[in-house]
Design a protein around this ligand. Structure first.
Ligand SMILES: [Zn+2]
Length: 260
């Protein structure tokens, strides 16, 4: 089964060569609109990785289309690579973060696949796939576990909002992981993320860029092939088993069959 890398941090295609040569490109029709193009890269001995360039904002692809398309491509494991605003005073440009939990500060409506069934009481603990998170922290030991606040943008946060978000326990803010993280759960997919701090919260003056973001990008790019290759098979995380109450179990699978 190929993996999927959702790429919300712009890196040149050349930098992705370590994940293999490009072999295929697909755009996927879903009940929520079109998603893609997804480009698959393949190493001769590897499973292959689909790569989807991704940018947040209210006019972006319906996140449900993204996750639905991933499912229909046969993907089980998704790593999302986001660029984030550092809300914590300790976080500087170029710091690598590993989201360990999230706060949903988006207004996407509806943001569930269970619209027609009324189900969807999916447990969110653990919020991110444990298999992938373990692999990310193993291969990127400097990545700091953080609470991620998912916003919508495109506007930046105000200084007052930064104070509020910090009181809530949020350490970074980004636009590309929520609602994707819980939509993936609804389709029984693994989802975890990595982030690079590319800007500071509105209550702090920006520091002069000195190549630290590019350095962080290179660190992640070097680690990605080993991260994908080292994911345990079969899954230990249990993400492929819907974490809903017994009455909800299987409902989505039925929806899925109807669509197929
Ligand atoms: Zn998982």
């Amino acid at each position: 089964m190929p993996h999927l890398l959702i790429l919300a941090q712009p890196v040149p295609p050349r930098a992705l060569e370590a994940l293999g040569a490009p072999v295929e490109q697909r755009t996927i029709e879903t009940p929520y609109g079109q998603a893609g193009p997804f480009a698959r890269r393949q190493q001769h001995d590897g499973l292959g990785v689909w790569i989807l360039p991704y940018f947040g904002g209210p006019s972006r692809t319906d996140p449900r289309a993204t996750i639905w398309a991933a499912k229909s491509l046969g993907v089980q494991r998704i790593i999302a690579w986001d660029s984030v605003v550092g809300l914590d005073a300790d976080l500087g440009r170029g710091d690598i973060i590993l989201p360990s939990d999230y706060i949903d500060w988006t207004k996407h409506q509806p943001s569930t696949f269970f619209e027609s069934t009324g189900a969807g009481y999916i447990q969110q603990n653990p919020p991110f796939c444990t298999d992938i998170t373990k692999a990310l922290s193993h291969h990127l030991p400097a990545a700091r576990p953080t609470v991620y606040l998912g916003g919508e943008g495109p506007r930046r946060e105000t200084a007052a909002e930064v104070h509020m978000f910090r009181l809530w326990g949020a350490q970074v803010r980004g636009l590309n992981l929520v609602p994707e993280v819980y939509l993936a759960k609804e389709l029984e997919l693994c989802f975890a993320a990595i982030g690079v701090v590319t800007a500071l919260g509105a209550d702090r003056a920006e520091t002069q860029p000195g190549g630290e973001v590019r350095e962080a990008d290179q660190t992640i790019l070097r680690a990605l092939p080993a991260i994908f290759a080292g994911l345990p098979a079969p899954l230990r995380c249990g993400c492929d088993h819907l974490q809903a109450g017994p009455r909800q179990r299987g409902i989505l699978t039925e929806d899925w069959r109807t669509w197929g």
